[in-house]
Write a protein that binds this ligand. Structure first.
Ligand code: HXC
Ligand code: NAP
Length: 291
């Protein structure tokens, strides 16, 4: 069931959507479903050849309209030009999905100052630049009923070792989401976020689990429901959050991780490892300790 499209046909008809990092991975999965639901989508990232291939593939598969636009989200002028291109093509843009990201694993003491800048510039500054460009335009032109969806991750609030620049940047994006949800509500602009747990993509897996780390650390084992995410599940949630069905959802971060981060957080969750038959013994010992 969870691998199936969720919303009714035409749920996004008439909407134009920009997905940063839309040429690959989860950005591509969201774009495909937005097209199936009737939206026009501009996909943007640094590599125009990747974007053009994805655009051709998805237009053929869905019959929808995709505009590929090269744009490094770290560069304000490129972001403004990207917004202009999307507005020129579609007339107006209703939804911005800040999905572009950069990440790698490293002990923090091995990082150079520039390594931190690189990740924070893509994730936090890039999301801020795109948000600012579209926000200014929407507010100035009194374009209402607009939505920003930010893709963060659960370590935006727990933090995580070995991905410190990404954790800092995602925490900032979460703060941006919640801050503007209130500040820009008066302009009828909603801001929400999705915090995915592990969803296999080439971009994330090759960088975060390089070489045989994939075999050594099976991420599915960290998830209480015992599996990683399916791209359609993420696309279903994203489509709901950018659609008018979620008109009363504002400032929310929706976790989609099969319970992964809570498993790490709960003090006694390790008792999962206790075999069923040992619970009689454990209970007897605990009761005895009371007396
Ligand atoms: C330490 C590193 C490094 C590494 C790069 N650097 N890789 N330091 N360990 N593995 C340092 C470099 O030495 C350099 O600093 C600085 O970072 C910039 O590196 P460049 O290669 O020049 O940067 P650039 O070409 O801009 O590439 C950016 C990138 C790259 C982030 C490094 O990986 C990229 O383009 N990624 C885009 C896609 C991506 O990362 N997707 C995964 C998202 S997954 P110095 O000082 O030497 O110049 C994700 C999942 C979250 O976010 C949650 C999962 C559960
Ligand atoms: P991905 O395929 O590597 O996606 C990252 C995208 O960002 C790429 O398309 C990349 O394209 C683009 N990008 C990188 N730097 C950019 C820049 N400077 N300017 C513009 N675009 C840039 O990885 P993914 O797994 O699908 O990740 C998508 C989102 O989900 C990210 O926000 C990530 O943090 C989040 N997430 C993923 C997981 C997971 O398990 N996969 C879990 C939690 C959160 P170019 O290289 O062409 O620029």
């Amino acid at each position: 069931m969870y691998t199936q499209p969720m919303l009714r046909e035409d749920s996004l008809k008439g909407k134009s959507i920009v997905v940063t990092g839309g040429g690959t991975g989860l950005g591509k999965a969201m774009t495909k479903y937005f097209l199936e639901l009737g939206a026009n989508v501009a996909i943007t990232s640094r590599k125009i050849d990747v974007l053009e291939n994805t655009a051709q593939e998805l237009m053929k598969e869905t019959g929808g309209k995709v505009l590929p636009v090269a744009c490094d989200v770290r560069n304000w002028l490129e972001v403004e030009a990207m917004m202009q291109a999307a507005n020129d093509e579609f007339g107006e843009v209703h939804v911005l999905v800040n999905n572009a990201a950069g990440n790698f694993i490293s002990p923090t003491e091995r990082l150079s100052p520039r390594a931190f800048d690189t990740i924070v510039n893509i994730v936090l500054k890039g999301s801020y630049y795109s948000t600012l460009a579209f926000g200014k335009h929407w507010i100035k032109n009194k374009q209402e009923n607009r939505t920003i969806l930010n893709i963060v991750t659960t370590y935006a609030w727990t933090g995580s070792g070995y991905v410190v620049p990404s954790a800092c940047a995602k925490a900032g994006v979460l703060a941006l989401t919640r801050s503007l949800a209130v500040e820009w509500a008066k302009y009828k602009i909603r801001s929400n976020a999705i915090a995915p747990g592990p969803f296999p993509t080439k971009g994330a897996w090759d960088r975060l689990l390089p070489g045989d780390l994939k075999e050594q650390f099976d991420l599915a084992k960290k998830v209480p429901i015992g599996r990683v995410g399916h791209h359609q599940e993420l696309a279903n949630l994203a489509a709901y959050l950018v659609s008018d069905f979620s008109a009363y959802v504002n400032g929310e971060v929706m976790t989609i991780d099969g319970g992964e981060w809570l498993k790490g957080a709960g003090e006694f969750n390790m008792l999962e490892a206790l075999p069923e038959q040992l619970w009689d013994v454990a209970e007897a010992m605990a009761r005895k300790a009371k007396s």
